[in-house]
Design a protein around this ligand. Structure first.
Ligand SMILES: C[S@@+](CC[C@H](N)C(=O)[O-])C[C@H]1O[C@@H](n2cnc3c(N)ncnc32)[C@H](O)[C@@H]1O
Length: 191
C-alpha cells in the first residue's frame, strides 16, 4: 500500500496546517476492526483522508486494551479521530482527549465521535487545552523512519521503552512515564 503523502498538497497545504485552505470535499471511509466497525467522515486538508492509514490500523489491531474505569486517555495528533473514537468505544467509562493543531481535523473528530455515540466523552481540542498527563505512551513508527533508534533514545532519556509488536515495517512501541529523578529531594508526606 502506498504511504499517504506527507508533502504539501498542490495548494501548498500540509495536513497539519491550522486552518487548511484547500476546498472542503467531505467523504467517508470505513474502519473495520475485529471488535467494531466505524464509518468515519474525512475531508481534504486532513491526514489520510482517503482511507484509514495503515500505521493507524496496525496500532488499533495490535495495541493492548485500554485501561478500564474512569481514566483519561490522550490521542495526540487525532486527525479525523480513528484512534480517539475507537478508544472511546473500547473504554466506555474513559474520557478521551483528542488533540490536534488542524481545526478541520478537530471538527471532523468531534462529528465522528458524536456519530459513533461517544461524543459526550471525546474532547477534541488544541494542544494547550489539555491538562498535563502522566502514563504510558503507545507509538507506531516505521522501521525505515528510525523506530529502533527512537526506542533506544527514549530508553536512554529515562522513558523505559518496549517493542510490543512488529509487522510489515511498522513497530508498536510502549514508552513508560519517566521514573523519579534520583537527584530530586524526597517527597514530604508521601506514604
Ligand atoms: C500522522 S497524522 C495522524 C492522524 C490520526 N491520528 C490518524 O491516525 O489518522 C498526525 C496528526 O498530528 C497533528 N499534529 C501535527 N503537529 C501537532 C502538534 N504539535 N500538536 C498536536 N497535533 C499535531 C496533524 O495535524 C495530524 O492530524
Amino acid at each position: 500500500m502506498p504511504e499517504p503523502s506527507r508533502a504539501p498538497s498542490p495548494e501548498g497545504q500540509h495536513y497539519f496546517s491550522g486552518r487548511p485552505q484547500v476546498a472542503s470535499a467531505p467523504a467517508t471511509v470505513p474502519l473495520a476492526l475485529p471488535d467494531l466497525t466505524l464509518t468515519l467522515t474525512t475531508d481534504r486538508g486532513v491526514f489520510s483522508g482517503t482511507r484509514v492509514d495503515a500505521g493507524t490500523k496496525f496500532l488499533l489491531l495490535e495495541a493492548p486494551a485500554p485501561p478500564e474505569g474512569s481514566v483519561d486517555l490522550l490521542d495526540l495528533g487525532c486527525g479525523y479521530g480513528p484512534i480517539a473514537v475507537t478508544l472511546a468505544r473500547r473504554a466506555p467509562k474513559a474520557r478521551v482527549w483528542a488533540v490536534d493543531v488542524n481545526d478541520r481535523a478537530l471538527s471532523l473528530c468531534t462529528a465522528n465521535a458524536a456519530e459513533a455515540g461517544v461524543g459526550d466523552r471525546v474532547r477534541a481540542v488544541h494542544p494547550d487545552e489539555v491538562p498535563d498527563e502522566g502514563g504510558e505512551a503507545l507509538l507506531v513508527v516505521q522501521k525505515h523512519l528510525g523506530s529502533d533508534s527512537l526506542a533506544r533514545w527514549l530508553d536512554g532519556e529515562g522513558w523505559p521503552t518496549r517493542r510490543l509488536a512488529s509487522r510489515a515495517g511498522y513497530r508498536l512501541l510502549a514508552a513508560a512515564a519517566a521514573g523519579p529523578d534520583p537527584a530530586a529531594p524526597p517527597e514530604v508526606g508521601a506514604t
